[in-house]
Design a protein. Structure first.
Length: 304
């Protein structure tokens, strides 16, 4: 009797274990913590237009590794399409993604800078005759401001000094940047800068009632605004330029040039030399330095 009860209990336990704990309908997705773009759109029905777009997108990115993240795959697809022209950039002008260096600000269209050839011309003209080719005359000739001419002259003069002292100018780098920026030797005549920037302090607007038959000149406007007339300001600037003409100053004149130390051989002993190092001994009381060269030569350096 007891064996029959034990058999029935075991049978009921097996039947209980065979009952599934979780029904199949309760499992909705295996992606519990991460959902890609494809998993979010896999249940949405696609129309014929969307299928064509997906097909064209897949054909463009057929060579792109599908294991890459979505943004990285998009970037590689862009490189194979529109971005392929940046693999071999054009050296006849700027290589912007759009018409501006800042795609979010298409209204910003900078003018190309002056070429190094034009700057050299300005510098040589001024050096040839400083009385004739003043910054004002050079600014009028090249349609640039006087301040820009003075800056070009100072920088070019500093460049000549540095080259004379042993500095190597990166001319190839300058040529490459000019090609990428679309710089031309002759500056466009459409680019004109004012010679001087006269910026008065502007306050609140003022209104003056004037009869139609009455003449109202620039001097009258200056009196109403309580300012100096523009012609008088220009005349004063010319007078200042006449009294204090522009002069190039040697920027490196006050810089101490490092001189080579004066050495005098004392003795030579190859047995005391070292193939890897040379040693120096400083005598602070006599202000002298002894240097033992690698070949054993002993040199005496006189300090200043």
């Amino acid at each position: 009797m007891s064996s029959q009860l034990l058999t029935r209990a075991l049978g009921s336990a097996k039947a209980t274990l065979r009952v599934p704990l979780i029904t199949p309908t309760s499992v909705t997705s295996q992606r519990l913590f991460h959902s890609t773009r494809l998993s979010l759109n896999e249940d949405k029905p696609t129309t014929e237009g969307e299928e064509g777009a997906v097909t064209s997108e897949e054909s463009e990115g057929a060579s792109v590794n599908k294991k890459l993240p979505f943004r990285r795959r998009k970037f590689h697809q862009w490189l194979q399409g529109e971005g392929s022209r940046f693999a071999t950039p054009s050296f006849s002008g700027p290589n912007y993604i759009g018409e501006s260096p800042f795609p979010m600000n298409p209204l910003f269209k900078p003018t190309p800078p002056m070429s190094n050839h034009a700057k050299e011309e300005i510098y040589h003209l001024h050096r040839s005759d400083t009385t004739k080719w003043t910054p004002r005359q050079l600014g009028t000739k090249y349609n640039i401001s006087i301040k820009r001419v003075e800056a070009i002259l100072r920088l070019k003069h500093l460049e000549k000094e540095m080259v004379a002292s042993g500095f190597v100018a990166q001319e190839n780098f300058t040529k490459g940047m000019e090609q990428l920026m679309g710089v031309k030797n002759e500056r466009s005549a459409a680019i004109v800068e004012p010679l001087t920037d006269i910026l008065p302090q502007v306050g609140s607007p003022k209104f003056e009632a004037v009869n139609e038959d009455k003449t109202f000149t620039a001097e009258d406007a200056a009196n109403v605004l309580k300012r100096r007339p523009l012609a008088e300001i220009k005349a004063s600037l010319l007078e200042q330029e006449r009294k204090n003409p522009f002069k190039l100053v040697d920027s490196m004149k006050g810089v101490a040039v490092k001189e080579e130390p004066v050495t005098k051989p004392v003795s030579k002993n190859s047995a005391e030399g070292n193939a890897r190092f040379k040693f120096s001994f400083v005598d602070t009381s006599k202000k002298t330095t002894l240097i033992r060269e690698k070949d054993g030569t002993l040199l005496q350096v006189q300090q200043s």
